[in-house]
Design a protein around this ligand. Structure first.
Ligand code: DHB
Ligand code: MG
Length: 225
């Protein structure tokens, strides 16, 4: 019986394919000692397709790491699109800037260095984002979801990464702060009238995890408040 790793390898080879620029980005961030926690290629391409399906022109990413997913978003928004990506670690941001430059998309990506909770308020008053990808410190998920709604508009797509964490999310008594963050994010997506959401479990080269996918709704018009 083939394993889920074999399936991931098959799907990646068949549907994602080879890409020297993305391979170089991964090699650069791995060589720099960044943890290998970037989204798996099949999921990165899912995010890319979702961005195109939504017709998103402005993407906000919270948690850049080495910029692997950022390149996928930058390609999805096109030459006239914009990606704002927030990274807490200057060293990671430097890797990301190199990777984005090598990918030829640096002109459409703004890398902002700082804690999400500090940088996000500075984005208020700009044009709303069409898609927000939250993939940073899990303990801050609810803060990031709140900003996603504020910086979005009705119709904005919100994706929250790592909401299953090997199944630990189903353990209401967990002491793991990242799992508690995942649970808090999901509870907020279920209860907060600004969102309509679901979640999908994923099994890929990073193991068993999942993403929540939400749309920002007009809480006053939806009758949910
Ligand atoms: C972790 C963070 C991630 O964003 C991820 O995709 C996987 C693991 C972590 O911090 O453990
Ligand atoms: Mg993640």
């Amino acid at each position: 019986m083939p394993t889920h790793e074999a399936v991931d390898a098959f799907l990646t080879a068949t549907l994602v394919g080879e890409d020297p620029i993305l391979d170089a980005a991964l090699a650069a961030q791995h060589d720099a000692g960044l943890p290998p926690i970037e989204v798996a290629p099949v999921n990165a391409k899912f995010l890319h397709l979702l961005t195109r399906i939504a017709g998103a022109r402005r993407v906000l990413e919270i948690g850049t790491l080495g910029g692997y997913s950022t390149i996928w978003f930058a390609r999805a928004v096109g030459a006239r699109g914009r990606v704002v990506t927030i990274e807490a670690e200057e060293a990671n941001a430097a890797i990301a800037r190199d990777n984005l430059a090598r990918a030829g998309v640096a002109d459409r990506v703004e890398v902002r260095v700082g804690r999400g909770a500090d940088v996000l308020p500075t984005l208020a008053g700009t044009e709303p984002f069409d898609l927000v990808f939250i993939d940073a410190d899990k303990e801050s998920n609810t803060i990031y979801l709140d900003w996603a709604a504020r910086l979005g508009r009705p119709g904005t797509v919100v994706v929250l990464d790592n909401v299953v964490r090997g199944g630990e999310v189903a353990d209401a008594a967990t002491a793991d702060s990242k799992v508690r963050g995942a649970r808090a994010g999901l509870v907020m997506l279920g209860e907060d009238p600004r969102f309509d959401a679901t979640a999908l479990q994923t099994l890929d080269r990073k193991g068993w995890d999942g993403i929540a996918v939400a749309i920002v709704v007009d809480a006053t018009a939806s009758g949910r408040v």
